[in-house]
Ligand binder design. Structure first.
Ligand SMILES: CC(C)(COP(=O)(O)OP(=O)(O)OC[C@H]1O[C@@H](n2cnc3c(N)ncnc32)[C@H](O)[C@@H]1OP(=O)(O)O)[C@@H](O)C(=O)NCCC(=O)NCCS
Length: 404
């Protein structure tokens, strides 16, 4: 496909050929690539409140460039053909990214915003039809604008493309913004865990379906590439017991020795592939105990009503904020450390890069792109992380869960 070559991008999607055909056949500029569409969307739902002017400027540049119009249409049709579960549209995707705030670049760097917004209205209508109130629906969909702002801050020039893959969850109406936390309803949980509970309410976690490095981290996570001594974590179930590799409740690492849980004492409450509610922490969120518990309880109530067809089992989170290195960096009364106590924590895959986006505003694909010496030192967290990485350590990505 010449247009992809000319734009120096790749799209791997099973829907690409069909989408390309539809995009080429469509000779006119579609409604969703017109300024009136954006203005009306914003007037009706306030979705682009912060960045409407930048969006209109970007749209003006896109429609002057035939390649960008074609790319926008290809992305649009890939999303449209899939119809839902938009996150499964792309196996791999790189979009244009031209550094610098030259006016012509803005079209390249923001081209994916417009196919995203093409689906925003129907996502709002879907949320309302499911019983979410208007305020919650609007603040959920405004997440697209928040991503736009975050991208502009992190890149240092008007851009959106780095957030396209994430915002498909918005237009799939998966991400719901509460007062301070954001929740994602997940029909098929991908966390590689099984969760057990006994009659005293004790919780234990086995890893399931992943290879574990001898250190207890997941194989191929930061600093854990060498296979020697690694092992496969699976769970064996018989009539009498479950047996598997447990997550140590103190170190949060996976044990090599097998642990057996008798079925007379332990019940399995969750296995991979069951529905869950994933928690996301927006920048500046209030994460004290009372606020979080109130939001979790509201989430239990709202998601049970809005998606009664799913039997949500647990809340999950994937984040740098659960890293056990943080108690060595932060003061004991830190909100992040108190937040850690709310979760049963286990290691996940991660290359130690995620934290740089959330703490230093750096969007990097790998640690090679980061010069530790130039990292800001404005807060105790920044200073501690900078020192940790300079001495060869990492902030790993962890998962956390608790019962729904
Ligand atoms: C969630 C969040 C609001 C918590 O911040 P908080 O309530 O200030 O947390 P703490 O009380 O633990 O902060 C302790 C110290 O770390 C600093 N800190 C906390 N989060 C920080 C961040 N994201 N960037 C830089 N410094 C941060 C605080 O300023 C404080 O520094 P000080 O000791 O010099 O005063 C904050 O981390 C944030 O906005 N994060 C971005 C979103 C995010 O990471 N989400 C998770 C995605 S996986």
């Amino acid at each position: 496909m010449d247009v992809l070559k000319r734009l120096k991008i790749t799209i791997y999607s099973e829907f690409l050929d069909e989408a390309y055909k539809l995009a080429v056949e469509e000779k006119e500029i579609p409604e969703w690539l017109k300024p009136e569409f954006l203005k009306e969307l914003n007037d009706d739902w306030g979705i682009l409140e912060k960045n409407i002017d930048i969006a209109l400027g970007a749209l003006d540049q896109v429609v002057r460039n035939d390649d960008l119009v074609l790319l926008a249409k290809i992305l649009y049709y890939i999303l449209k053909i899939k119809g839902s579960d938009f996150d499964k549209c792309f196996k791999q995707l790189t979009l244009p990214d031209v550094s610098g705030d030259d006016e012509a670049n803005i079209g390249y760097n923001c081209v994916s915003l417009f196919p995203t917004l093409a689906f925003a209205r129907s996502a709002c209508e879907f949320m309302i039809s499911r019983g979410f109130d208007e305020k919650m629906t609007i603040s959920s969909m405004k997440g697209i604008d928040e991503c736009f702002s975050a991208s502009i801050t992190k890149k240092g020039y008007p851009s959106f493309n780095a957030y396209f893959a994430w915002t498909v969850y918005h237009i799939d109406a998966r991400l719901v913004m509460f007062d301070t936390l954001q929740f994602q309803w997940v029909p098929v949980c991908s966390h590689p865990i099984r969760v057990y509970k006994n009659k005293d309410g004790q919780i234990k976690t086995f890893m399931d379906g992943v290879k574990i490095h001898r250190s207890g981290f997941l194989l191929n996570s930061a600093g854990c590439d060498d296979e020697e001594g690694s092992f496969e974590a699976t769970v064996c179930e018989t009539d009498e017991y479950y047996e598997g590799h447990i997550v140590n409740a103190e170190t949060h690492l996976v044990e090599k020795e097998l642990t057996r849980l008798s079925k007379s004492e332990w019940t399995q409450v969750m296995k991979p592939g069951e529905p869950s509610i994933d928690i996301h922490i927006p920048k500046g969120a209030k994460i004290d105990y009372e606020t979080c518990q109130a939001e979790f309880n509201r989430a239990r109530e709202i998601f049970s009503k809005t998606f009664p067809e799913y039997d949500f089992k647990i809340f999950t989170i994937s984040t740098w904020m659960l890293a056990p290195e943080l108690p060595n960096i932060l003061k004991p009364d830190s909100n992040i450390l108190n937040f850690q106590k709310m979760f049963n924590t286990y290691p996940l895959h991660g290359k130690g890069v995620g934290v740089f986006g959330f703490v230093f505003n750096i969007l990097a694909a790998s640690l090679d792109e980061i010069d530790y010496d130039t990292l800001s030192e404005d807060t105790s967290l920044m200073r501690g992380i900078k020192e940790l990485y300079k001495s060869g350590g990492f902030i790993h990505e962890y998962g956390g869960h608790f019962l729904f």
